[in-house]
Design a protein around this ligand. Structure first.
Ligand code: C5P
Length: 398
């Protein structure tokens, strides 16, 4: 349902921009409010006058337009709508989004928004299939950006294949489902991700090789199913997905505190690679080479965040999922970990260096539940995340 909802529509500069006019009409006849933003290139394909007449409101185009800024600043513009839709999303606009550029109003709004973003790509088939474009698409999807299309068919340039923008009614349907959320609508999911840094002194710390990729992909997949996601992350290399409530921490103890204050949650997924030990007394000053022997570090065990939450007697999330990164007898270790920690599911994977999984883009996991053991084929971390998110949604539906 789009009735009464507010869509910020960014129109990119491509031949499919003419379909944006029909999209505005279709959205408005269904009771939606549309605020249009046009890129400079879009002006070459449709006139601001037509867009404005159909939207029944002013068109925003320039980043440094003082009149527009005094009416509504670009940051406010990016936040005021319920959903941001980019149609057509050209190769150039997708590249800008993937690279985080903000050099005009459209790209700045896309960087500044805290709302979900749906893109309808449209471009020549060769451009769509180009590795750079597919790379950008993968980045955008892992950032939690939703996509509709493109379709296969004849193109304005005379070629045939994928690249045609979805039809306005298909985009309206994608907008409705993005606004309606999904099977996890109204659910709160807590995800931990990334490594922890345990300080030794003000400049040194103990860390691990986790990139945070699997946790970020999982949060994006959960968001795409409509969940409200609190994402508690250590200092990870992969950025958190758009739309999650992000809590940044460094140490295991801080992660535990952040997790406890984010509860209650319907589901908690512990994808973080938490340091097992911390230095008992991190030095207030940088440790020096004294010439009289090596520094002696005393370790304390860190709290087990997963076990703490899984064993809560009151307010325990309905589904608690842990990960188990192992380098040998993966399933056996993971099964006993599930029992020892008291979680419902364990997602186990082999992180031996030869698998290239830790810090890589693929994962081969075994899902261990009360019902048994499932080996999933090796696939991209995004695909693992989507499958796991679907399983979580399925489990909550029962
Ligand atoms: O015991 P191990 O570190 O192999 O357990 C892995 C699982 O436990 C992961 O889900 C991880 O996020 C979680 N964990 C935790 N707190 C710790 C150690 C691990 O939440 N201190």
């Amino acid at each position: 349902m789009v009735q009464g909802r507010h869509i910020l529509l960014i129109i990119g500069g491509g031949i499919a921009a003419f379909k944006a006019l029909d999209l505005i009409r279709r959205l408005r006849e269904r009771g939606a409010r549309v605020t249009p933003v046009m890129t400079r290139a879009a002006h070459e394909f449709v006139t601001p006058l037509s867009v404005s007449a159909l939207a029944g409101t002013k068109v925003f185009s320039e980043l440094f337009d003082l009149t527009a800024e005094s009416e509504m600043g670009h940051i406010e513009l990016s936040r005021a709508a319920d959903l941001v839709v980019v149609a057509p999303a050209t190769a150039d606009l997708m590249a800008k989004m993937a690279g985080g550029q903000a050099d005009d109003l459209a790209s700045t709004v896309l960087m500044a928004t805290d709302k979900r973003v749906l893109i309808a790509p449209a471009m020549n088939v060769r451009m769509w299939l180009h590795p750079a474009c597919q790379r950008n698409l993968a980045v955008l999807q892992s950032d939690g950006i939703l996509t509709v299309g493109p379709n296969d068919g004849d193109m304005a340039c005379g070629e045939h294949g994928p690249g045609r923008m979805s039809e306005p009614l298909e985009i309206v349907a994608a907008i409705s489902s993005a606004l309606a959320g999904g099977p996890l609508d109204g659910r709160h999911v807590l995800v931990t991700s990334g490594p922890t840094h345990e300080p030794i002194d003000p400049v040194r710390y103990i860390a691990n090789r986790s990139s945070g990729a699997q946790g970020a992909a999982l949060a994006a997949a959960l968001l795409a199913l409509g969940a409200r996601v609190t994402f508690v992350t250590g200092p990870a290399r992969v950025a958190p997905p758009l739309g999650a409530e992000v809590v940044r921490v460094e140490t295991a103890q801080q992660m535990l505190e952040a997790v406890q204050s984010a509860l209650p949650a319907d589901v908690a997924v512990f994808a973080a690679a938490v340091g097992d030990w911390r230095v008992a007394q991190p030095s207030a000053q940088k440790l020096k080479k004294t010439g009289s022997g090596l520094p002696q570090l005393e370790f304390h065990e860190n709290p087990d965040i997963l076990a703490t939450v899984a064993q809560m007697t009151e307010g325990r999330p309905g589904l608690v999922v842990g990960f188990a990164a192992e380098t040998e007898t993966v399933t056996e270790h993971a099964k006993s970990k599930r029992a020892r920690k008291g979680c419902d599911w364990i997602v186990a994977n082999d992180v031996s260096p030869e698998t290239g999984i830790m810090g890589g883009t693929e994962n081969a996991v075994t899902l261990i539940t009360a019902e048994g053991v499932e080996d999933w084929p090796r696939m991209g971390k995004d695909a693992v995340a989507q499958r796991l998110a679907q399983r979580i949604a399925g489990a909550l539906a029962h």
